[in-house]
Design a binder for this molecule. Sequence first.
Ligand code: NAP
Length: 226
Amino acid sequence: MARTALVTGANRGIGFEAARQLASAGLDVVLTARDPEVGAAAANDLELRFEQLDVASDESVRACARRLERDGVAVDVLVNNAGVLLSGGILEVDDDLVRDTLEVNLLGPLRTARAFLPGMIERGYGRVVNVSSGSGSLTEATPYTPAYSISKAALNMLTRHLAFAAEGRGDVKVNAMCPGWVRTDMGGGAAPRSAEQGADTIVWLATMPADGPTNGFFRDRRPAAW
Ligand code: NAP
């Protein structure tokens, strides 16, 4: 039976492309987005199931999980792709911008993990892919986009803790990845990579066999510096 993957923020950009590639790889894909109309249209384009899911809302995540459970859909693969990049210098930035960033980029993946990771552990199979960024690497840190970088560094640490929680509890893997600089609304038109290239490592991790890695951070299918 085909595995089921749920992708957050999949109405456009890298998430949409990851949903497309996962479906091409033979998975049943649940395309999710916070805007029901835009999301349903994107899912319709790819002939995928759509679910409304705003990662910034605990109630929205729980409601989505309840609808899937009611319909007997078990999520085997979770791609935490939804993200925001809000700009502001570190000494000028207001608290609300930092809070809004963490709400989506950090608490979003924590909420979806709470909703779907326990089921994976119970069934003994699961893949969680957190779409992070080189901006979140402590090793490669740059002065740009501080709130975003801080949120992605925190997402990397969340990845490690989720992997610890799944350790020794079946074939459940939790990894983070960086898609590189990708031509999307977030990345802008000057970025050197296509969404296809950006989504490649997501799909690689999402479909990793049992002997593959967990608790890692990857770019271009290779370990990246935390
Ligand atoms: P994008 O085109 O701006 O897409 C972001 C997606 O996240 C949109 O679908 C957006 O939905 C969704 N989203 C934002 N807040 C949400 C929420 N509260 N609930 C659900 N969905 C929400 O960006 P992208 O380039 O595809 O980025 C995808 C991921 O890759 C992000 O995590 C980003 O940080 C990461 N990344 C991107 C690059 C790059 O160069 N592009 C580099 C490194 C990492 P709406 O349409 O409703 O806003």
